[in-house]
Design a protein around this ligand. Structure first.
Ligand code: GUN
Length: 292
């Protein structure tokens, strides 16, 4: 087994991004600028947004965070998005999900100017991705593609099984892996909670993308020897032995699966770090007007 090392790849790519960000500052007279909106105080969301902001500073981007209480109205939030859409000093805008129940995430997603939608969740970006046109690709799938590319993982003609059909990861990942490109050209099976005989479907995969949000869901008996394993899971459990008070678990039973896999991403230290790189790359591309 060899490790797909998110720490190593993300640090390398962030150095490249930092050099490009310096170029943007020199030519445009300002840094690439990412704005995040965070509603409420969900522990996971707090951690993710803090990490996004910190990494912006690290690569020489400007970052701004707008925080709202859980009681914020949909109207207030939509008005703020409109204001940021119009702000020419902003290159990227993300609204951290999930949102409180009284706010419609579809309305929020569609309100964001697709030209600043560096999460790649807007229907225009998703539609353009389907058609292989320049667009913002959702950060986690984008990060995974960069990881596969970095390690020159062969994908053409392979059977890729994606476990989980979320809008954020599973669905876009299945489209990207099937595209006529590298990485891509896979035969893709998108599996979910209604999939029959899931174990055997996963066991036929050359590449497994586990994005289901359940600790140790993919076990060694579901893995073909030599398979490539991409673990997207970030399952937080309270722990008394870690500094943060939490321990992270992937969707894959790493200890046992790694004995059968050819390549595998660890959790933490894998896909999560690459997601940040995806977001930074999109923000940089927006600042450089490379897409729109
Ligand atoms: N919630 C979980 N992942 C994401 C993400 O990539 N972007 C946003 N905005 N919210 C998320």
């Amino acid at each position: 087994m060899q490790l797909l090392d998110g720490k190593f790849v993300s640090e390398k790519l962030k150095q490249e991004i930092a050099a490009e960000a310096a170029g943007v500052l020199a030519t445009k007279g300002r840094k690439p600028h990412l704005v995040a909106i965070l509603v409420g105080n969900d522990g996971g969301s707090e951690t993710y947004v803090a990490s996004k902001m910190k990494n912006c500073e690290k690569v020489g981007f400007k970052s701004s965070l707008h925080r709202y209480d859980n009681s914020v109205t949909e109207e207030e939030l939509l008005a703020k998005i409109e204001e940021i859409n119009r702000d020419e000093d902003v290159d990227g805008l993300i609204v951290q999900l999930p949102l409180p129940k009284h706010i419609d995430p579809e309305k929020v997603t569609e309100k964001i100017d697709y030209k600043k939608d560096v999460d790649g969740f807007h229907p225009v970006n998703l539609g353009r991705m389907m058609r292989n046109l320049p667009c913002f690709i959702p950060a986690t799938p984008y990060g995974i593609m960069m990881m596969l590319e970095e390690y020159k993982i062969e994908t053409s003609g392979k059977h890729c099984v994606v476990v989980g059909r979320s809008n954020i990861v599973g669905s876009p990942m299945s489209i990207l892996m099937a595209r006529n490109a590298y990485p891509g050209n896979c035969t893709v099976t998108l599996t979910h909670s209604r999939t029959k005989d899931l174990k055997n479907v996963v066991a036929s995969a050359d590449i497994i993308v586990a994005a289901i949000g359940k600790k140790n869901f993919v076990t060694a008996d579901m893995v073909k020897p030599g398979a490539v394993i991409i673990d997207v899971g970030i399952n937080r459990e309270v722990s008394e032995t870690t500094k943060s008070g939490y321990k992270l678990y992937g969707d894959v039973d790493f200890d046992n699966v790694s004995e059968k896999a050819s390549w595998i991403t660890p959790v933490p230290g894998g896909v999560g770090l690459m997601t940040i790189v995806g977001l930074l790359k999109n923000t940089l591309a927006s600042a450089k007007k490379e897409i729109y």
